[in-house]
Design a protein around this ligand. Structure first.
Ligand SMILES: Cc1cc2nc3c(=O)[nH]c(=O)nc-3n(C[C@H](O)[C@H](O)[C@H](O)COP(=O)(O)OP(=O)(O)OC[C@H]3O[C@@H](n4cnc5c(N)ncnc54)[C@H](O)[C@@H]3O)c2cc1C
Length: 371
């Protein structure tokens, strides 16, 4: 089918699709609502598979100043387990990464339009994309990459999202604590959630956490009160954040992330709308593999589209590639959500640290699926 090809959203999935299509000689226009670089809520752990997907696009992620991460510290109360990761990750802010990938797509020939918000999509003979304050555009094919944001006309079929609230804050740690956290990602378990803490570029530390809405309400909905409460639960967190300076005026927040969601293609779906990234599947954040899934979906969509494949074949294949890891991650998260089982699993991992590496491996995009 010939006609305009649009990408809705310029996060990692949208930008990688734009780059891939442009490199294949396909004229493509990407629409992103942000006018420039912004902070995004994300732990900013870029996994090995995500780095490999970026490299296949000819994108040099290592030139962006990220912080290499090769150890995992799992923390619960006063106890911790440190293990070498089975791969090397990168701590890199989304503000830097997403912007650089959009620039990469643009230099490959994609048209990148900024500051336009898509308000609705309707599908008849063509796909009609309504844009706030502009005339509507028609497209023959739409790549839907609006991430966590639902688009009217194409909402995800999300059931019972977790009642968790997410926060992200950057900190300037003391030099001593920067050294203590260097090249490590700390995963700190609480009874009702967890936090990830790691260094990113420019000597900043990223603290990204999920907690229950109930705890937050009990603390009057206040970020400072929550942070103090978490530091009381975790001497490790209190130690690393001692003397640290917050670098954002306010933390970034998110509510009700639909972990475990996988798009199931229905017979009524348009054959010309490809769902990418978080619009296709959402893995629990502790795995640090959401960006890898977003990039994998982009590579697969480009590959299948340029070979004449339709969206239903793409969705079936993608769901086969990512369902296993999303289910395993959900299962692990479910076990860790019970304080009793969390204690049991933690003790098991203290005895067998190799099981921690195995859990890290089981929640990756399978190597056989990577393009
Ligand atoms: C708390 C938390 C921590 C996480 N930590 C990690 C981690 O450490 N490592 C990891 O790999 N993954 C992590 N993830 C997952 C990761 O952030 C996502 O999987 C990834 O961002 C998905 O990329 P995307 O391109 O689909 O969506 P996004 O990155 O959300 O991009 C969507 C884009 O679409 C644009 N957009 C939205 N609506 C519109 C509209 N109507 N019109 C125009 N543009 C629009 C947005 O501005 C945005 O730029 C985490 C997620 C959460 C919630």
């Amino acid at each position: 089918m010939s006609g305009r090809i649009l990408i809705a959203g310029g996060g990692l999935a949208g930008a990688a699709t734009a780059a891939g299509l442009a490199q294949a000689g396909v004229p493509v226009t990407l629409i992103e609502r942000e006018t420039g670089p912004v902070d995004k809520i994300c732990g900013e752990f870029l996994s090995h598979e995500a780095q490999a997907s970026l490299a296949r696009l000819g994108f040099d992620v290592n030139s962006l100043g990220g912080h290499s991460i090769d150890h995992l510290v799992l923390v619960r109360g006063n106890a911790s387990i440190t293990t070498r990761l089975p791969f090397t990750g990168l701590g890199l802010t989304r503000k830097t990464l997403d912007e650089a990938l959009l620039a990469h797509a643009q230099s490959a020939g994609a048209v990148i339009t900024r500051g336009l918000t898509i308000t609705n999509v309707s599908v008849e003979n063509n796909i009609t994309v309504d844009i706030a304050g502009q005339t509507s555009l028609t497209a023959a094919t739409l790549f839907l990459a609006t991430g966590k944001h639902e688009l009217r006309g194409l909402r995800r079929d999300v059931r019972q999202p977790h009642d968790l609230v997410g926060f992200k804050m950057y900190f300037r740690l003391t030099p001593q604590n920067q050294a203590a956290l260097a090249h490590k990602i700390a995963l700190i378990l609480f009874n009702d959630g967890y936090a990830g803490l790691q260094m990113v570029e420019d000597h900043q530390a990223n603290l990204c956490l999920l907690t229950s809405r109930t705890r937050l309400q009990q603390l009057g909905g206040k970020w400072q009160a929550l942070l103090m409460d978490l530091c009381c639960d975790s001497p490790y967190l209190a130690r690393i954040l001692a003397g640290a300076e917050e670098l954002l005026a306010q933390p970034l927040t998110i509510y009700r992330v639909p972990y475990g969601y996988i798009h199931r293609p229905a017979a009524t779906d348009s054959a010309h709308i490809f769902r990418l990234g978080d619009q296709a599947g959402v893995i629990p954040s502790f795995t640090g593999d959401g960006m890898a899934i977003a990039l994998h979906s982009a590579a697969l969509a480009v590959d299948m589209f340029t070979r004449g494949g339709d969206a239903s074949a793409y969705h079936r294949r993608l769901s086969g590639d990512i369902s296993g890891q999303i289910k395993r991650a959900g299962w692990l998260y479910g076990l860790a959500s019970s304080p009793y089982l969390q204690r049991l699993i933690f003790s098991g991992m203290q005895m067998f640290p190799a099981s921690l590496r195995m859990a890290a491996r089981l929640t990756r995009v399978p190597v056989k699926s990577q393009l």
